[in-house]
Design a protein around this ligand. Structure first.
Ligand SMILES: Cc1cc2nc3c(=O)[nH]c(=O)nc-3n(C[C@H](O)[C@H](O)[C@H](O)COP(=O)(O)O)c2cc1C
Length: 181
């Protein structure tokens, strides 16, 4: 595996790549979020080879425009054994970006379906609606601004506060808001 290629910093570019209407991007991870499976469409969009992806932390595709608070919510949700839905902006190896509507779900061992039985996670992503994305982009920008005003330690709390305020004005919980956009 060519680690040197992966550790090279990615310079975000402004070119967007769009998902096809009928495409699904699928990955699986272990409990720590290291990639254990990537379908051909994820490999295509990421710009990495399968060998470069397997074993890497999933933040290999993390775009700097994504608020930390959203990933904090994602991990809190899936570690509790629940399913997470959300809009995610990822980047490719060449710096291009693509938006997805993602679901991330725990995989349980045959033993049972408590949090102790979680063996890993899997995610399925499809092309997001453009009009819904416009709302999400504004929201993420506000969250990110709040996060960047604080130091690393307080960033998630500040971003989460902005997210919760936005939810409060809609009168909806996070998942109800996301699924009824
Ligand atoms: C199954 C699964 C799929 C994930 N998919 C993505 C993804 O597509 N893009 C992304 O940036 N993070 C994804 N994450 C979250 C990353 O693990 C990570 O929390 C995130 O990139 C933020 O990186 P950081 O924790 O280093 O700040 C996924 C996590 C899991 C468990």
């Amino acid at each position: 595996m060519s680690k040197s290629v992966i550790s090279k910093p990615i310079v975000p570019q402004n070119n967007e790549i769009l998902m096809r209407d009928d495409a699904f991007i699928v990955t699986k991870t272990d409990r720590a979020g290291k990639i254990t499976y990537a379908n051909p469409i994820f490999i295509e969009f990421s710009g990495y080879s399968e060998q470069e992806l397997l074993g890497q932390p999933h933040n290999i595709v993390r775009h700097p425009d994504m608020p930390r608070s959203v990933f904090d919510l994602l991990w809190n949700t899936i570690k509790a054994g629940d399913e997470f839905f959300g809009y995610v902006k990822n980047h490719s190896k060449n710096g291009a970006f693509y938006w997805v509507f993602a679901t991330v779900t725990p995989s349980f061992s045959p033993r049972g379906n408590t949090v102790d039985d979680i063996v890993g996670y899997f995610s399925v992503r499809r092309k997001p609606d453009r009009d819904k994305l416009a709302i999400i982009e504004d929201l993420y920008r506000d969250i990110l601004t709040a996060e960047r005003r604080r130091n690393r330690h307080d960033a998630v709390a500040a971003g989460t506060e902005v997210l919760n305020q936005a939810l409060h004005t809609t009168g909806k919980g996070y998942h109800e808001f996301i699924l009824t956009l």
